[in-house]
Design a protein around this ligand. Structure first.
Ligand code: M6R
Length: 600
């Protein structure tokens, strides 16, 4: 949610800021702005809309060697030019960008800023006005910045310019991501290393409630009490090519196609030379020792957790509960004696999940994060991390991260089963390799799936997905994919549940997509299909080879029954993609959404 870039160096800053913001657009894209500072003062450009619009509005004749930029996902105040960042203090001396939510902004306004006239509806403007107020007291920008940060409650990543100092950029963070990128004669600041990888691959982590005084040739890291901190930089290992679409029209399609490659990468990373599973023994021990596992996640990652529950329970025989992170925070169930918490998060930055992690760490419980971003907040703050090796996922709709999460959970489940001495008729690496081949076969069948999307989903208002057991878990993910990018109202249901209420919504022509990949419930799900067809539904059955019937619309290759979700989700991802195209939707950047949800 919201992306920040900052630059201080000797080159003109506009391109670094605009290119960086373009890379961060996945974090929010309802409005954007940049501020650059030179001897003439600050030049500020803000637009409602995307970075392309910002690029057009920027005055390219202004030359400046320092600046800050922001791409927004609105929390306080509608998307508008006025509410777009950067925001300025009353005198115009201070200019600031912010990602996060300030929980005590009303109190701060009342206590310190009752005489200040505000120009936006944002919580952010409170920060910059507060800094100006405190500057009047302290007469020193670093001190005013530090004091302001100490007063803030909530989440923030902040970049500040002081009109009267062309040598310093002030930054700080709490619970929102922010990094300092190190260069020769320049330094940058970014919400994600991806934004500035073009100029540097050396990064310095900023921890919560630290501030950094960034100059052209130095970076001074300190705690908010003024204590200096030293920390070694690290090299960001992201292949810049992974961040480009190449010949693909959309990142989502590229990422769907990458799934077989990701499966093979996971096999390679989690297997040693003797073809044994390769996992950190400490993780093995932690999982084995747990009397109950609590999986915490949101959205698609939560759906992967549902599949993970069944994999772990069936293989490792440890009871698993899967919880929506935002619910768990405020309504914690009774916990077992020796729980292990598993956080599943593509980005590793989801605020709802992090809130749970903070709570359970306070209670002293162990935590494992499964993420695509090893240096992310959830990864750093948990005891253990398992990497997804999926490469950057840029499209807002998660695809390859979902299948990578399931694959890693399958490996973890089998590894634990083996550590417990349980007999298993399941070689995960072999079965994952088979699933990877099956995925490839499916991604080669785009024409057929595009036709199905056009026949069933091009004009409908709503759609239902039904399945039983493992298929039900995939149905909820299929429905989420469809609704988030095509805006069709879609729901996933357990096949047997429909007749307990929802079947009332079935009318002539209502699309019902049924998954039939589970032998033990094939008969029952087919019965559910008959029930909806009898009420006028336009049913599309997607079955698995070996269980198919003549009238089925699409048949996926046969894979091990524990891994069917890896494969059955692929046609659902492609159906959602083509439905969105047919309806002229912005596939990679659907309305109202952002890739990384860093506010609770
Ligand atoms: O980064 P995370 O996996 O923690 O994100 C969780 C959800 O926000 C995410 O999966 C979301 O539901 C996707 N956009 C769905 O495609």
């Amino acid at each position: 949610m919201c992306g920040i870039v900052g630059y201080i160096g000797n080159q003109d800053t506009k391109d670094v800021l605009l290119d960086g913001l373009q890379k961060l657009e996945y974090r929010g894209y309802d409005s954007a702005g940049i501020a650059v500072l030179n001897e003439a003062g600050v030049s500020l450009t803000k637009v409602k809309g995307r970075i392309a619009a910002l690029r057009e509005s920027v005055d390219h004749s202004v030359h400046a060697t320092m600046g800050i930029g922001h791409t927004r996902w609105a929390t306080h105040g509608v998307p508008s030019e006025n509410n777009a960042h950067p925001h300025q203090s009353a005198s115009g001396r201070f200019t600031l960008v912010h990602n996060g939510v300030i929980e005590n902004y009303l109190e701060l306004k009342e206590e310190y800023l009752h005489d200040v006239e505000f120009h936006s509806e944002t919580d952010t403007e409170v920060i910059v006005q507060l800094i100006e107020k405190l500057h009047a007291d302290y007469g020193d920008t670093a001190q005013a910045f530090r004091e302001a940060m100490r007063l803030l409650k909530g989440s923030y990543a902040i970049g500040l310019l002081d009109n009267e100092d062309q040598d310093t950029l002030y930054v700080s963070k709490n619970k929102s991501p922010l990094l300092v990128g190190l260069g020769e004669d320049f330094n940058v600041v970014a919400s994600d290393a991806m934004a500035t990888l073009k100029v540097t691959d050396q990064y310095l982590e900023i921890h919560d409630r630290e501030m950094v005084i960034v100059k052209r040739n130095s970076v001074e890291l300190q705690k908010l009490d003024g204590t200096m901190v030293t920390r070694e930089p690290y090299r960001a290992e992201i292949d810049p090519n992974d961040m480009e679409k190449g010949t693909y029209p959309h990142f989502m399609l590229k990422e769907i196609d990458e799934q077989p490659i990701v499966m093979r990468k996971i096999i390679q990373e989690y297997q040693d030379e003797d073809n044994e599973l390769k996992l950190d023994p400490a993780i093995r021990q932690a999982v084995k020792a747990a009397d109950r596992i609590y999986i915490i996640a949101a959205g698609t990652s939560y759906h992967a957790g549902l599949v993970g529950k069944s994999l772990i329970e069936k293989s490792a025989r440890i009871p698993v509960e899967v919880h929506i992170a935002s619910e768990f925070s405020y309504d914690m169930p009774l916990l077992s004696e020796n729980p292990l918490f598993i956080f599943i998060s593509q980005s590793g930055e989801t605020a709802d999940s992090r809130a749970v992690l903070v709570k359970i760490k306070e209670l002293g419980f162990p935590a494992l994060t499964i993420t695509n971003v090893p240096g992310s907040t959830l990864s750093r703050e948990a005891d253990y991390t398992l990497n997804l090796y999926a490469g950057p996922e840029i499209a807002v709709a998660s695809t390859k991260a979902y299948t990578a999460q399931i694959a890693v959970l399958a490996i973890l489940a089998v590894d634990t089963a083996r550590a417990k001495g349980l007999e298993l008729d399941f070689d995960p690496m072999q079965e994952l390799a088979i699933a990877a081949n099956a995925m490839e076969i499916l991604t080669d069948q785009k024409e057929a799936l595009e036709q199905l999307a056009s026949d069933y989903l091009a004009t409908t208002r709503n759609a239902f997905f039904i399945g039983r057991s493992a298929d039900y878990n995939v149905c909820v993910e299929g429905a989420l994919k469809l609704k988030e990018i095509s805006y069709i109202q879609a729901e996933g249901f357990a096949g047997g549940e429909l007749k307990h209420g929802t079947i009332a919504l079935i009318e002539d022509g209502t699309p019902v997509i049924a998954l039939a990949t589970q032998e033990n419930v094939n008969y029952s799900i087919r019965g559910n299909v008959q029930e909806v067809v009898a009420r006028g539904a336009n049913a599309m059955v997607i079955s698995m080879r070996g269980l198919e019937q003549d009238q089925d619309a699409f048949v996926i290759p046969h894979v091990h029954e524990l891994l069917t979700p890896l494969v059955s989700v692929v046609p659902l991802q492609l159906l959602a993609y083509y439905a969105a195209l047919h309806r002229d939707c912005d596939v990679d950047k659907p309305r109202n959404l952002a890739k990384s949800v860093t506010v609770e």
